[in-house]
Each structure stands twice: as structure tokens, then as C-alpha cells.
Design a protein. Structure first.
Length: 336
């Protein structure tokens, strides 16, 4: 408690540089790490995979794919829709086999409409021990919806996933991570435990909302196949090396503080044979290291709450003021 008060007083003191605040925060984290188990079984790094289940949830015209020019006159984009179907027929089954091979469990963020079109595949994901999380009713923006409509958009996806898989989602990912100022409060009221729509840290953290603590299990751009490694100019060796470098740096830091590596995969992209082979080699490499916890995101969120003393607690102003995810009704001091 004394360490918490010291850190708080430093953060609130005037005239302290941003660099000094970061140093003091890390010093406080190191103090807590010496007395707290950062990860289960004293692991020094958590590695978490996300698999986006989107095929069939996209609009049939203009969804975007390997063809850069949008189709005209609102016609159905036949090859792009077939590209999305690849994830259902080939991509997800191949990745499920790969994860089984290495004994790794992941979190699959599912679009409601995609699950409706391939319920057996959604059930198989859960039956193999993976998490079913929510990704919206359809593959489109929801942040412009009024609060009631946004709530229905999220709740519909929960209902569809629960009916198909028997598992009620507790994790959320928005289209391109873009939520409204009301989203986190809506999620919490619907029983969600965490969201991933913030790439600001390499560890989970807690944001207090009106209804209590809510966990952020951060996402990633640079380890995301849809952003950093498109088909054009993709280099398998460079991708594999980037995965290893990311892992090695975080594994080294994990001796001193809580660290988490996130890899984001999409059904129609990372499920291709050459990409699956690169992931296979990386998993072989990472699993050979001692003290690595391959975890689902719901497991990470629950552990962050259980080990609250070692989890950053971030008080924020409302999103319209802070520009960051938080409670639309929050108030008080901002310490982020």
C-alpha cells in the first residue's frame, strides 16, 4: 500500500516530467513484481493469440480484400466473398489443427452473422478448448449507433454465439477497434469482463467504470496480419523473425515486470499454408522456452483481476475528454 501511495503522490505532484513519471511507474511495478506472482506458475511471459472469425459476416459488396479497387454500382464482389470463405473452408480448420499440435488455446472473436452461417465450425472452436468472444453482429462500424442500437448490436452477437456454442462471450473486439464513448459501459452492463480495443500497453490493465473494474487486454497493430503483413510484399522469413524478436524482447523484460505478447490472426489470411507454416516454426521456438503461459484472453483478464495488486489501475476522464476508452460517465482525477 505504501508503494501505491508513493506512486500516486509522484504522479500527482507538479513539475514532474513525463519521462520521470514513466521511470517511477516502472520502479513501482518492479517493487510489486518482487512480492507478487505475475503470471500463473510463475511464468515470465504470457503469449495470447486472437483468431478473427469473420467469413460470412462481411457485406457482399465492397468488403475489401486482395483486390484494391472497390467493385462498382453496389454489385456483389464475388472474388472477395470467396476470399472470405477461404477462412471457413480452409483457414480456421488448419489453424485449429496447428494449435492442437502445440497444445495452445486462443481466443476467437466471432461475428454473429458468420457464426449463423457456420455454426458447426463455431462449436468446434469451443469444443477444442478455445474461447468464443464477440466481434459484433456484422463486420461493420458500430460507433455511430445511438446507445440503444449499439447495445442491441452487441447483444445480438452474444445471443448468436451463445446459442451456437453454448459459451457466453465475456470479451469484445470492435470493427477496427473503434468503439463509441458508451461502449465499455454497455459491455459491462451486458456481463462482459474485458475488451481488447486498445494497443497502448504490453500488459493487461484495469479501467474503473460505473459498474466496477473492467479489464483491457491490449490488442496489437504490428503483430496483426491484416495490417502489418498483407499479401502484397509479404515476406515469410521477415514475419517469422518479427515474431521471434517480439517474443525475445518481452521474454527478457518478463524477468522484471508483467509482460504479454499478442498475435492477431484472421481466418482468411493466417490460415493459408505458408503462413501457418511460419506460425508452426514460431510456436516450436516459443514453446521451447521455460516459463511461457499460452493463454486465452479471458484467462488473462481473470488473472489480472485476481492479482489486482500487480495490475495497473487507470483512472480516466470520459472518452470525449481523454480520447481513450473509459466510462462515458466517469469523473474525478485522471492518472493515465
Amino acid at each position: 500500500m505504501g508503494a501505491d501511495l508513493t506512486r500516486r503522490s509522484v504522479l500527482l505532484a507538479g513539475g514532474v516530467s513525463a519521462f520521470s513519471r514513466v521511470r517511477m511507474a516502472r520502479a513501482g511495478e518492479a517493487m510489486m513484481a518482487s512480492d507478487t506472482i505475475l503470471w500463473p506458475n510463475s511464468a515470465r511471459l504470457a503469449v495470447s493469440f486472437s483468431l478473427m472469425f469473420e467469413g460470412g459476416g462481411q457485406p457482399i459488396s465492397g468488403a475489401g480484400g486482395v483486390i484494391p479497387d472497390p467493385i462498382e454500382r453496389g454489385l456483389p464482389d464475388l472474388p472477395t466473398n470467396a476470399f472470405f470463405e477461404y477462412g471457413i473452408y480452409e483457414g480456421i480448420p488448419r489453424l485449429l489443427d496447428l494449435f492442437d499440435k502445440h497444445g495452445v488455446k486462443m481466443s476467437s472473436f466471432m461475428i454473429g452473422r458468420a457464426v449463423e452461417k457456420a455454426p458447426d465450425l463455431a462449436r468446434e472452436i469451443v469444443s477444442r478448448g478455445h474461447e468464443a468472444a464477440a466481434h459484433g453482429r456484422t463486420w461493420e462500424n458500430s460507433y455511430l449507433l445511438d446507445p440503444a442500437s449499439e447495445r442491441r448490436f452487441i447483444a445480438d452477437s452474444v445471443e448468436i454465439i451463445s446459442k451456437a456454442t453454448g459459451q457466453t462471450p465475456v470479451g469484445w473486439n470492435a470493427y477496427w477497434m473503434r468503439n463509441s464513448p458508451h461502449t465499455l459501459d454497455i459491455l459491462q452492463s451486458l456481463g462482459f469482463l474485458y475488451h481488447i480495443d486498445e494497443p497502448s500497453r504490453d500488459e493487461p490493465f484495469i479501467v474503473p467504470l460505473r459498474g466496477g473494474d473492467f479489464v483491457t487486454v491490449p490488442y496489437t497493430f504490428h503483430m496483426n496480419d491484416i495490417v502489418s503483413f498483407p499479401f502484397q510484399g509479404w515476406n515469410a522469413a521477415a514475419y517469422e523473425q518479427a515474431l521471434k524478436d517480439e517474443f525475445d524482447q518481452l521474454y527478457e523484460e518478463g524477468a522484471r515486470r508483467r509482460r504479454m505478447m499478442v498475435v492477431s490472426l484472421h481466418d482468411r489470411i493466417s490460415g493459408h499454408p505458408c503462413r501457418a507454416r511460419a506460425l508452426d516454426r514460431f510456436l516450436t521456438y516459443a514453446r521451447a522456452k521455460h516459463g511461457v503461459w499460452f493463454a486465452r484472453k479471458d484467462e488473462i483478464a481473470r488473472w489480472a483481476l485476481k492479482q489486482r495488486a500487480a495490475t495497473p489501475l487507470v483512472h480516466r476522464d470520459p472518452p470525449e475528454i481523454s480520447g481513450l476508452p473509459g466510462s462515458a460517465a466517469s469523473s474525478g482525477e485522471s492518472h493515465d
